[in-house]
Design a protein around this ligand. Structure first.
Ligand code: GLY
Length: 394
């Protein structure tokens, strides 16, 4: 494994200070992002507002719920509940919901709201979003299609990120008793784990299935450098996604798969444990990092640490603390004049000669990076207070 895994861990004082700073930043942002949403990424390190029509708009309300859990501040509660109204409106009117990202949208914004306050509007919105996600399922091939029209063979693919959309379905079964949601989640998980993970533990970002036979066709990248490279965030989604799959399914293959994809991620990290946007690139490449990947992996490690034996759990917690120390010390925003985000140096979409990306959010704050950074700090703060574990929104 990489020498960086022996770097210093975040201690309680570092975690407490970083979480307090993050919550102050959230409080400063409330007046600007209550009746509008936060864009997927910053421009010059400052997020502009956007309408509630992107796949990423759930992450800002997720941050507000995390902050409210700690502060019980009435303005935070009011902001987060106003955003629930917006998410209910979006799913009722079906505004930009013809894709699979219902979990990214509705777990941090509405499942959270329901778990924390019992809001019936939030429950309704999240259940409608789960129904919407079911419409993306192909029985033939057994997967949730990521994007594009369902009847176009060239759109017949799933992506590794989708593992993060599945907790919404498990929640919907728990809430309604309707097994359809869980069944679809389990089938998609089996398909995704069978074909997304390469023999060396790296992952394909996207994978095509034959629309006639349902048989696997090929892996391709979308946001990575090229088809056979390792997109850092895809690898991160696989890590947190497998941890959550293990929580919900108890599938005995998950711990070994988790270790395999994690080893691949760790092995490719530069010295400060924050990856370049694609593992093609290393120190001296001049390419941008993706800090959000390390925040996602920290959350995945902390989730998995509670599901495995004590020794392995401690190993995963230590590693999460090392990743977080680097993020807090080298990447987090400590001066609001520099940024209205939480975590600098994320990369959303970087063009390469081999992918089809349009360039957006390169070396910027990204809304999920901010959210998972605050989630990881929240999880760690619960550990350090020796209180009950944080109840995930996922
Ligand atoms: N789910 C898309 C991304 O991670 O950019």
């Amino acid at each position: 494994m990489h020498e960086g895994i022996h770097a210093a861990e975040a201690d309680d004082a570092l975690i407490t200070g970083a979480l307090d700073r993050a919550i102050e930043q959230i409080a400063r942002n409330i007046p600007h992002f209550t009746h509008v949403c936060q864009n997927h990424s910053s421009i010059g390190n400052f997020y502009p507002a956007c309408a509630n029509d992107q796949w990423t708009t759930g992450f800002w309300p997720g941050q507000v719920w995390l902050a409210w859990e700690k502060t019980r501040d009435k303005d935070m509660l009011s902001c987060a509940l106003t955003l629930v109204d917006s998410f209910l409106h979006r799913i009722e009117r079906k505004i930009e919901v013809d894709h699979h990202d219902m979990g990214f949208l509705y777990s941090p914004s509405c499942v959270s709201a329901y778990l924390l306050t019992g809001s019936e509007k939030a429950r309704k919105a999240a259940l409608l979003a789960a129904d919407q996600l079911l419409t993306r399922f192909h029985g033939k091939g057994g997967f949730l299609q990521a994007w594009g029209p369902m009847d176009k063979p060239e759109s017949h693919r799933f992506i590794i990120d989708c593992l993060m959309n599945l907790p919404l379905l498990y929640w919907a079964t728990k809430e309604t008793g309707d097994e359809r949601y869980r069944t679809v989640a389990e089938i998609h998980t089996a398909t995704s784990l069978a074909w997304s993970i390469r023999p060396d533990g790296s992952t394909y970002h996207t994978f095509f299935m034959d629309s006639v036979t349902g048989l696997p066709l090929r892996g391709e990248t979308c946001q990575g450098y090229k088809d056979d490279s390792i997109w850092a965030r895809g690898q991160a989604w696989s890590i947190y996604g497998i941890a959550l799959s293990y929580r919900y399914t108890g599938d005995s293959r998950c711990p070994a798969l988790f270790r395999k994809v994690l080893d691949c991620f760790i092995t490719h990290l530069p010295g400060d444990l924050v990856p370049y946007w694609d593992f093609t690139f290393t120190e001296g490449s001049g390419e941008p990092r993706d800090s959000s990947s390390s925040a996602i992996v920290a959350c995945g490690l902390l989730e998995m640490s509670s599901l495995v034996d004590e020794k392995t759990g401690q190993e995963y917690t230590c590693l999460a603390k090392r990743l977080m120390r680097s993020l807090v010390e080298g990447y987090s925003v400590s001066d609001p004049r520099v940024s209205n985000g939480q975590l600098l140096h994320g990369t959303y979409s970087k063009k390469s000669p081999y992918n089809t990306c349009t360039e957006e959010g390169v070396d910027e704050c990204v809304s999920w990076g901010d959210y998972f950074y605050v989630e990881a700090l929240t999880r760690l703060s619960h550990l350090s207070r020796l209180s009950t574990a944080w109840q995930p929104y996922w």
